[in-house]
Design a protein around this ligand. Structure first.
Ligand SMILES: [Zn+2]
Length: 138
């Protein structure tokens, strides 16, 4: 049996700037122009004050692992070649949370509150995925 191809994101028109930026290895999130709250996932209006005055801003790319799980059995699927892999909720410095993967990480050392930084993985010519890796401390 052939391994299925990894799926690509389904993109709402209002989320297109996120994916366009990711393709250029930039992490952007939205910020409300009226109440200044950071917003993620992409929306057409601020979930805090309902203003439609939302703008795209560059995120720091820094955050912490808020929660995670290690996927060790997921066959058959398009991700079989990735196992074991980490699915994590990343809390960015800006306060928003993002579902992603933690990569380049010793799984025995992975823990909640671990500082991470964004890195990018090209999936196709159209899609590059923001992922996170541990911040190196020297
Ligand atoms: Zn707002």
């Amino acid at each position: 049996m052939d391994t299925p191809k990894r799926p690509v994101p389904i993109v709402n028109p209002w989320a297109r700037p996120f994916w366009d930026a990711a393709r250029k290895k930039r992490l952007v999130i939205q910020r409300c122009g009226d109440c200044n709250t950071y917003i993620f996932y992409p929306r057409i209006a601020c979930p805090h004050c309902f203003s439609d005055n939302v703008e795209w801003v560059e995120a720091s790319g820094n955050g912490i692992v808020y929660s995670f799980t290690v996927v060790e059995n997921n066959a058959p699927s398009a991700f079989i070649g990735e196992m074991p892999y980490v699915v994590a909720i990343i809390k960015l410095e800006e306060g928003v949370q993002m579902l992603s993967n933690v990569v380049e990480c010793d799984l025995d050392k992975l823990h909640c509150d671990m500082p991470v930084e964004v890195t990018f993985e090209k999936l196709t010519d159209e899609f590059t995925l923001p992922k996170f890796r541990p911040v190196k401390t020297f």
